[in-house]
Design a protein around this ligand. Structure first.
Ligand SMILES: *[C@@H]1O[C@H](CO)[C@@H](O)[C@H](O)[C@H]1NC(C)=O
Ligand SMILES: *[C@@H]1O[C@H](CO)[C@@H](O)[C@H](O)[C@H]1NC(C)=O
Ligand SMILES: *[C@@H]1O[C@H](CO)[C@@H](O)[C@H](O)[C@H]1NC(C)=O
Ligand SMILES: *[C@@H]1O[C@H](CO)[C@@H](O)[C@H](O)[C@H]1NC(C)=O
Length: 635
């Protein structure tokens, strides 16, 4: 009961927000989020290396065409892993101010009803809530991974009118179960649950379509009889997860009512691609093989790279289909399409990604982990800047404020939105009300940390003007890293021990078997998990460091990214940079004093029981009586 009461108090202040009268003429916003996308696995970046084999293996004609007609964001920073990055995107805060861990989504700490759960705290206003308040029709498809304990944590509570997707870090693309191959973890329910959830006006729960939670359409190599659509490159296999997401997204676009310009579309298309498990329909693999032959490349002799690049190829085709659907409906001309990855590519074995020529990969603060592929495109990008590169620094937290800007929330500080202007700065009023409530009840800040303000800055006008919206305004990459553009240049500080501190070749992993890769001393995945207990690849720390290519930057490695984008030249011991090094270290320490570290709690054993009672599907397992009304506390 306490929980619901708190939620009510926390959002009472913004009860009127949802009746705000929206303006007309705003663009549709289509936000496409890829997972674990390697820098070199995007054709646009592969092209620049001039490496024939890499170019042959990397097939993204649709993404490349969108970039050629749009603006590439060459300094777009995310968090180094999925859940923090995605929390940052949906909440408008740096990972350090919303969520720094891939916590199990079942975590609960009842002593902190605001933040004592996995994912985004209940009283932070979500991106879709912001857009909904500005009149948008909001739909979500795909990977969530940022909380599900109660309906208020799910896409439903964060502003999405409809959703179809999954809650954990990853599931199996065919049968939708959690699996060790998907996440490197066996979870508290022994990974036996189905991870596929949907809701709309009339339904909420585990996906009721049995054909969508089985292997029924899977086409095994060599045994293509009996599988439906499995070998057809045009139709895509019907039970493959990305096909289901694509069809759902196309349905939302087709069903959108364009006769009401005051209610534009906001579609969040959140791929499972290119996260493990490495799975792709056979048609995609076959097509990749053919394309590589056509481009004069050598056949890929490593399973993981073959699968990863097949997934890249299919992801690109799906983006093409979404764009076609927007064009067919006459919406593309008035669309802002944003494409980004939640972090860089994983380079540990058996992943198949490649961040060449950048250093490191997912789970590290090197550029290969945090400089994520990103661009904008669509009809609303003015002709004058199409095909250009925007080099202003951009945090994944900035999409929140940028979409708010596009939706007109910076134009009128009279409007009562769940986030609204205060002295020109966008303030999350719901979070503020929760903080006021905690203050009024004298809750201790150590057990009930106050919610940090928004970190995002609006980037739209800056991109149009070719200006750096974050000049002088640093990005807190993580407690161990900082990117800061100042008069001295575009500097990056990396501190402490970091995994994967190496550069790889243009075609990576360049070994013929994973075993041969392992014989070359790594890199190994840094941990695996069984029932929430973490196992390192070795018991010997020195050996772990060797296997994971760990580099120790100690108090700081310093890079000038403008002249050294691959982090090859550490300036920390250069006397000419002594002052800058100290300034960067002091800034990082100051930001580290603001870390948001609520106790997310333990996983109650009742969670698995609840899933079993709901057909064996993951989903909200507490406060299930919450409806949109109680959550938004409109009345
Ligand atoms: C809502 O979802 C259910 C279950 O998938 C489906 O049967 C129903 O047709 C959907 N309703 C609408 C209006 O889309
Ligand atoms: C694709 O090519 C690889 C490398 O030659 C081969 O091992 C694999 O069987 C091929 N797969 C398909 C579906 O063509
Ligand atoms: C891969 O090839 C690059 C050169 O292209 C080389 O520097 C690197 O050591 C190789 N890595 C492995 C694991 O063989
Ligand atoms: C930043 O915070 C982290 C985590 O608390 C700590 O390990 C690191 O030393 C801090 N760095 C600085 C420069 O304060």
């Amino acid at each position: 009961m306490v929980k619901v009461a708190v939620a009510l108090v926390a959002c009472a202040a913004v009860a009127s927000a949802f009746s705000a009268v929206p303006q007309a003429g705003k663009p549709h916003i289509v936000l496409i989020l890829a997972v674990d996308y390697g820098h070199a696995n995007l054709g646009y970046n592969a092209r620049k290396t001039g490496n024939k084999q890499l170019i042959a293996e990397t097939n993204t004609p649709n993404l490349d065409a969108l970039i050629d007609d749009g603006v590439y964001l060459s300094q777009h920073y995310s968090y180094a892993v999925c859940a923090p990055s995605r929390s940052s995107l949906q909440s408008g805060r740096f990972g350090s101010h919303v969520n720094m861990f891939n916590t199990a989504p079942e975590a609960v700490n009842s002593a902190d009803p605001i933040s004592g759960y996995a994912g985004i705290p209940v009283a932070m206003t979500g991106m879709a809530e912001v857009l909904k308040s500005a009149g948008y029709r909001t739909h979500g498809v795909g990977k969530w991974d940022i909380g599900m304990a109660t309906p208020a944590h799910s896409p439903f509570g964060k502003g999405y009118e409809t959703f179809i997707g999954y809650y954990q870090h990853a599931n199996d693309y065919w049968n939708k179960r959690g699996s060790f191959l998907a996440t490197g973890e066996v979870d508290m329910c022994l990974s036996l649950m189905l991870d596929f959830f949907s809701y709309n006006e009339t339904y909420r729960g585990g996906n009721p379509n049995p054909g969508q939670v089985t292997d029924s359409c899977k086409c095994q190599e060599g045994t293509e009889t009996g599988c439906q659509n499995g070998g057809d490159e045009n139709t895509y296999p019907s039970c493959f997860e990305e096909t289901i997401f694509m069809n759902a997204a196309m349905d939302r676009i087709r069903a959108h009512d364009t006769s009401q310009p005051q209610h534009p579309l906001f579609l969040f298309h959140s791929f499972h691609f290119l996260h493990t498990p490495l799975e792709a329909p056979i048609a995609a693999i076959r097509e990749l093989n053919q394309t590589i032959r056509d481009k004069g490349g050598d056949p890929i002799n490593l399973e993981s790279r073959l699968m990863y690049n097949s997934m890249v190829l299919l992801m690109d085709k799906i983006v093409g289909r979404l764009v076609q659907t927007l064009v067919g409906k006459g919406m593309f001309e008035n669309t802002l399409l944003a494409f980004l990855s939640d972090n860089g590519g994983p380079i540990y074995l058996p992943a198949g990604a490649n961040n060449y020529p950048l250093k490191g990969g997912k789970w590290s603060d090197w550029q290969g982990g945090v400089l994520a592929n990103a661009f904008i495109s669509g009809g609303v990008v003015p002709a004058s800047i199409r095909g250009t590169v925007h080099a202003g620094i951009f945090s994944i937290a900035d999409w929140y404020t940028t979409f708010a800007e596009v939706a007109g929330l910076y134009d009128n500080d009279e409007m009562k939105y769940p986030v609204s202007l205060d002295d020109g700065v966008l303030v999350d009023q719901k979070a503020k009300a929760a903080n006021d409530w905690m203050d009024a009840n004298r809750l201790d800040e150590t057990t009930n940390p106050r919610l940090p303000p928004l970190d995002g800055v609006p980037q739209w006008a800056a991109i149009l003007a070719g200006r750096d919206a974050r000049d002088g305004n640093p990005i807190h990459i993580s407690p161990q890293a900082l990117v800061w553009k100042q008069d001295a240049g575009l500097l990056k500080l990396v501190t402490g021990k970091q995994y994967f501190g190496r550069h790889v070749g243009p075609v990576f992993p360049n070994c013929s078997t994973l075993q041969s890769g392992q014989n070359l001393q790594g890199p190994a995945r840094q941990t695996v998990k069984f029932l929430d207990i973490q196992y390192e690849p070795s018991t010997n720390q020195e050996q772990i460091d060797t296997l994971t290519w760990t580099e120790d930057c100690g108090g700081g490695c310093l890079y000038d990214l403008a002249s050294d984008p691959t982090e090859s030249n550490d300036l920390a011991s250069d006397p000419a940079f002594a002052v800058e090094l100290e300034r960067m270290q002091a800034k990082l320490a100051a930001l580290n004093a603001t870390l948001f570290l609520p106790n997310r709690g333990d996983q109650p054993s009742t969670a698995c029981d609840s899933f079993i009672n709901h057909g064996g599907f993951y989903g909200p397992f507490m406060a299930l009586e919450q409806t949109s009304e109680t959550h938004q506390c409109a009345q």
